[in-house]
Design a protein around this ligand. Structure first.
Ligand code: SAH
Length: 346
């Protein structure tokens, strides 16, 4: 048979309405089915209980729903939940639910593996296999939202694109997934509660600014000294700090929104005075805040968490310069769910 079934969720609402009209039904049926596909997150046509059996059968004959499947769920002793999610072609990505007293955050993947080569990140060791499409990203969020309701009795409050992959290397699908997450037919979340994190793909930061996106931007900086950054994140040779600075200035000029710099302090790599001073200088370019992330070792001797003294120095010098700094303790370390640990181990 040559009649390969189409992915129904690749259709817009309009296209779905047209499909029903072309097949002798009412356009309204398209709205109903669209709602099942998105806000009700139906995994099969069978689930669509207010749609007649004949219509469901007709849909079955024409389409598939390529929904993700949570293959394995692990819960950390600190309450963090990690999902290993199977995609329709059998590939696996991971996503994480991070509860705190005031929020529940979903950390989602944007690619299977990653094409970048940050030496300290476990995901970088899995080469990039493919980009996720928008609904595969949306489904991760929706699965975590359901788990949040189940385990914590509250909806998801925040989303970070900080799982596997580089979101700005899969820009179109990331944007489409955010459109869906923020639309009333999806999850109706505010874009202010969504953060996209990049290792610093400068031309795409400019594109985001031009597109006047409404969500937040985080940049994994890790060093404001070119040589150091190039050494630990080799691909950044293509994206020098001066270009990053200019792209961020452009972002701020267009959006008037602060950027968050993610930063891990490692022993012997970026724990000296000159490293702190370079960061302070970089932070003066545009309004920003710094998240100091605890290092999560990935079986590699090269990188070790810096001393407490080095961290305290970072905090006090940044604060002396009126730069907001937060320390982000690891969550879900016991189940390999913390930053940089997502590597499909199980
Ligand atoms: N590619 C994007 C999205 C991944 S986000 C980006 O780089 O921003 C994952 C965050 O965790 C990034 O800030 C990354 O630098 C950080 N990270 C990677 N490996 C880590 C590790 N082993 N310990 C702590 N943080 C790590």
């Amino acid at each position: 048979m040559t009649n390969k079934k189409k992915d129904i969720r690749a259709l817009t609402k309009e296209q779905l309405r047209d499909f029903f009209v072309e097949n002798g039904d009412k356009a309204f049926r398209g709205n109903q089915v669209y709602e099942w596909l998105w806000s009700k997150s139906a995994h099969s046509f069978e689930d669509m209980t207010n749609v007649s059996k004949a219509t469901r059968q007709m849909l079955e004959e024409n389409f598939v729903i390529n929904h993700i499947r949570v293959d394995q769920m692990q819960r950390s002793k600190d309450g963090t939940v990690k999902n290993a999610v199977e995609l329709h072609d059998g590939l696996i990505v991971e996503s994480v639910l991070i509860p705190t007293d005031t929020r529940t955050t979903a950390c989602v993947s944007s690619q299977v593996g990653c094409s970048l080569d940050c030496n300290f990140c476990a995901t970088a060791r899995l080469k990039r296999m493919r980009n996720l499409n928008a609904d595969e990203i949306f489904d991760q969020v929706s699965a975590i939202n359901q788990e949040s309701l189940l385990y914590y009795n509250r909806k998801l409050s925040n989303i970070v694109y900080m799982g596997m992959g580089e979101p700005l290397m899969n820009y179109n699908n990331v944007i489409k997934s955010i459109d869906k997450i923020t639309s009333p037919e999806g999850l109706g979340m505010s874009p202010k509660r969504i953060t996209v994190s990049t290792s610093g793909v400068t031309k795409m930061i400019r594109k985001m600014a031009d597109d006047e996106v409404k969500f937040n931007l985080a940049v994994s900086l890790h060093s404001a000294i070119e040589e150091t950054r190039n050494r630990i994140m080799p691909f950044t040779k293509k994206f020098p700090l001066t270009e990053l600075r200019e792209a961020l200035e452009y972002w701020y000029a267009k959006t008037k929104r602060k950027v968050t710099y993610e930063y891990v302090v490692w022993k012997g790599i970026n724990d000296k005075r000159e490293d702190i001073e370079a960061l302070v200088k970089f932070c003066k370019y545009i309004p920003c805040k710094v998240n100091l992330i605890e290092y999560n070792p990935i079986d590699d001797g090269e990188f070790q968490q810096a001393s407490q003294k080095a961290l305290t120095d970072y905090i006090s010098i940044l604060e002396m310069n009126d730069i907001v700094v937060n320390v982000r303790r690891s969550r879900g370390k016991d189940i390999d769910a913390a930053c940089g640990q997502l590597a499909n181990k199980s």
